[in-house]
Design a protein around this ligand. Structure first.
Ligand SMILES: Nc1ncnc2c1ncn2[C@@H]1O[C@H](COP(=O)(O)OP(=O)(O)OP(=O)(O)O)[C@@H](O)[C@H]1O
Length: 260
């Protein structure tokens, strides 16, 4: 199996402002968001990063997508290092995050063209792809409606579509179904399965067990910025459900920190 995405010993710390210290009720000045985290995603597989709020999933994915620089470690995307060649990595991947805010003034049509141009997609190819994706996600009838006037689900679908205008082989989705109603979540989940069937390599972060169970081949559980377990979904769920396994691991970790 080809190792398409190698995450190697990533570390990221943030300075905590005085205001954040108060909110988080901590005297610590530094937060270790990601702590020497490694994993490999193989070609054509869906890798799921599972963790609770604040576990370090988004920070990890943002480093993979070259939006922030790791303090230590590296990510190698199809042979290209995110540390030494971030712009090439950006060409190879599609990144969707729920933090992505589409400019409210623009229409889906304009945004698709804008991002296609940005990625250097040839006009004819871009038009064909736009038609296919807009039809699939029922965006066509809203193509000229300003983002400000779209529903949350429609905004998420537009974000998804513009993140993959360039038809990347590696797709990184941060909480792809977060905040979506069940119908839109199903459309997105089905689309992820379709991308997998096309041979794309996908990394998703989520705290939703059922999403992992539906689409992932391999799972990594993150607690406090560290990868605690990383295995195939099949192995992970041999004896127990993923949810039971997760809480067992959590209880074990809580016990460990209690003993320290
Ligand atoms: N820019 C930042 N400055 C300070 N702390 C940060 C920053 N970004 C993230 N953090 C902290 O790092 C930790 C990990 O955050 P991250 O967003 O990666 O977690 P997550 O697993 O994606 O959680 P969620 O599901 O809540 O998005 C959290 O404690 C968060 O408060």
């Amino acid at each position: 199996m080809r190792e398409l995405l190698q995450v190697r010993d990533l570390k990221k710390t943030f300075k905590i402002s005085a205001k954040q210290q108060k909110i988080q009720k901590t005297k610590e000045r530094i937060k270790v968001a990601v702590n020497h985290l490694s994993f490999t995603a193989y070609q054509g597989e869906v890798f799921g990063l599972l963790g609770s709020n604040g576990a370090g999933k988004t920070t990890t994915l943002r480093m993979i997508a070259s939006l922030i620089t790791p303090d230590e470690g590296d990510v190698v995307v199809d042979g290209t290092s995110v540390v030494t060649n971030p712009s090439e990595v950006r060409r190879k991947i599609g990144f969707l995050t729920s933090e992505l805010k589409l400019e409210e003034f623009f229409t889906p049509n304009y945004l698709f063209d804008f991002f296609s141009d940005l990625h250097g997609v040839e006009k004819e190819t871009a038009e064909k792809r736009k038609r296919e994706l807009f039809d699939k996600f029922q965006i066509s009838e809203f193509a000229e409606v300003k983002v400000a006037n779209l529903s949350t689900g429609m905004k998420q679908k537009v974000s998804l579509v513009v993140s993959i205008v360039h038809d990347p082989d590696i797709i990184i989705f941060d909480e792809p179904t977060n905040g979506l109603d069940v119908l839109t979540a199903k459309v997105v989940t089905d689309f992820l399965l379709e991308l997998k069937a096309q041979g794309k390599t996908i990394v998703v972060s989520t705290h939703i067990f059922s999403l992992i169970e539906k689409i992932c081949d391999r799972v990594g559980i993150i607690i406090d910025g560290a990868m605690v377990v990383c295995d195939t979904l099949e192995h992970m769920t041999e004896e127990k459900s993923l949810e039971e396994k997760f809480f067992d691991i959590y209880a074990e970790r809580a016990g460990e920190s209690y003993e320290k």
